[in-house]
Design a protein around this ligand. Structure first.
Ligand SMILES: NC(=O)c1ccc[n+]([C@@H]2O[C@H](COP(=O)([O-])OP(=O)(O)OC[C@H]3O[C@@H](n4cnc5c(N)ncnc54)[C@H](O)[C@@H]3O)[C@@H](O)[C@H]2O)c1
Ligand SMILES: O=C(O)[C@H]1O[C@H](OP(=O)(O)OP(=O)(O)OC[C@H]2O[C@@H](n3ccc(=O)[nH]c3=O)[C@H](O)[C@@H]2O)[C@H](O)[C@@H](O)[C@@H]1O
Length: 388
């Protein structure tokens, strides 16, 4: 249970604070709310349009933390209550965004509005009211690696300078405008620049987080079960859906892109350190990822297939994957990040944070959750005759 005598990294007692968390009902928000309720005395004003993923924290009202979390069903696009909530809080954490790649090229306007325009009032209210802001950006702001432009036989491929992504040194490299995939990364980059400028010109106290593929339970949705049948979530949920339905996993353009995956529970530890250590976190941009968990998407599919067979007790398909073109899977205007390895120097130095969980272990706990949560519902959905 939480105690009031938690200490920060410099040995000072941490004072309970009120946090306005926008996007609290999403994947990351739900894990952060859980952590704050279980391990701290901080209060959360949870803002979102949905509350399903934090319902277990809001009900019943007899939880020991019930007086420390309040849900506000607010769409930040148009709600005058937002400024009041930011004024009531000591810290605002902004997680609200459209952040699924299937939307970036098919709904580029919604993507740009959500990631830039809708975040503007949040930054403005924090700056005008001298409130601290932790804003969630993305590793996608790095875009493609410099290495991706080298000839395939270049010895420079081995040199980390050409592919490790560093907050204060790496450039942001996006594709042409007609590749609308980059609408998200570009909007996130501009809001980062605006926040940085508010810090430089108006002394806004800010921290920017660049998550590198955080994954775990409650990420996105399973199409046709707790989300639209035609919806395309991020890769963890896409592959989980295929495994639950005993379908081959779809590898976009051969699954050659590389990613580093970090367990949500490790990543949330980093966010809590930022919350509790403002003097060390303010003014910084932090990569949060696990450089040791790098795989190609094809390797991820193979590992998930193996782990799922273990946790479900069901044999894998003889042909577990199928190749699809990005045009067929995502439509016109898709493009991809080739490789994403976070440099960890800054977060290590400022907050002493390191990720702990291996890819195998995080997939084992996540796929155990997916199987337990969805297998029965999928069985019933498959058994139901389709209306003609
Ligand atoms: N999960 C990752 O690995 C990852 C990686 C990079 C960046 N991020 C960033 O982190 C943040 C959170 O990501 P997530 O994975 O939890 O996504 P998510 O989609 O699960 O959560 C976002 C939440 O914001 C809410 N929201 C969106 N627009 C809103 C609005 N107008 N008003 C109120 N609420 C609104 C949504 O309802 C949702 O609950 C996003 O900004 C995303 O870009 C996440
Ligand atoms: O999570 C992150 O750090 C960031 O990256 C994600 O982008 P991306 O990693 O490309 O998104 P995923 O949907 O998780 O896809 C990962 C890779 O798997 C591939 N993929 C996806 C789904 C699928 O069924 N098959 C498949 O091969 C994609 O083409 C891509 O190469 C999203 O943009 C954001 O959530 C976030 O900002």
């Amino acid at each position: 249970m939480a105690s009031a005598a938690r200490l920060d990294l410099d040995g000072n007692a941490i004072k309970p604070m009120t946090i306005c968390m926008i996007g609290a009902g999403g994947f990351i928000g739900s894990h952060l709310c859980e952590k704050l309720m279980a391990e701290t005395m901080h209060k959360v004003l949870a803002v979102d349009v949905y509350s399903d993923k934090i319902k277990h924290l809001l009900e019943p009202s007899t939880h020991p933390w019930s007086d420390r979390i309040q849900f506000h069903r607010i769409n930040i696009k148009h709600d005058s209550r937002l400024e009041g909530l930011i004024k009531m809080a000591d810290l605002t954490i902004n997680l609200a965004a459209i952040c699924t790649p299937a939307d970036y090229n098919t709904r580029p306007l919604d993507t740009i509005y959500s990631n830039f325009i809708d975040a503007l009032p949040v930054v403005k209210y924090c700056s005008e009211n001298n409130k601290r802001l932790i804003h969630f950006s993305t590793c996608e702001v790095y875009g493609k690696t410099i290495g991706s432009f080298l000839p395939k036989d270049s010895p420079l491929w081995q040199d980390p300078t050409y592919y490790v992504l560093k907050e204060d040194a790496s450039p942001c490299i996006f594709g042409p405008i007609e590749k609308q995939r980059w609408s998200y990364a570009c909007a996130k980059q501009l809001i980062e620049r605006l926040i940085y400028a508010e810090g430089a010109e108006n002394d806004l106290e800010f921290t920017i987080v660049r998550p590198f593929n955080w994954i775990g339970p409650r990420m996105d949705f399973i199409p046709g079960i707790d989300g639209p049948s035609e919806g395309v979530p991020r890769v963890l949920a896409c592959f989980s859906n295929n495994l639950l339905r005993h379908e081959p996993l779809k590898l976009v353009d051969g699954g050659q892109s590389q990613r580093t995956f970090v367990y949500i529970k490790d990543a949330i530890e980093a966010v809590l350190l930022m919350i509790d250590n403002p003097a060390r976190a303010n003014g910084h941009i932090f990569n949060v990822g696990n450089p040791n968990n790098e795989v190609t998407v094809r390797q991820l599919a193979e590992m998930m297939t193996e782990v799922y067979a273990k946790v479900s007790g069901e044999p894998s398909l003889e042909v577990p994957t199928v190749d699809v073109s990005s045009k067929e899977f995502y439509g016109e205007g898709y493009d991809d990040s080739d490789k994403r390895i976070p440099d960890m120097t800054i977060i290590n130095k400022q907050l002493g944070w390191n990720p702990k969980t291996s890819l195998w272990d995080l997939l084992e706990s996540t796929l155990t959750y997916q199987h337990r949560t969805y297998a029965e519902a999928i069985k019933q959905a498959i058994a139901k005759p389709v209306a003609s």
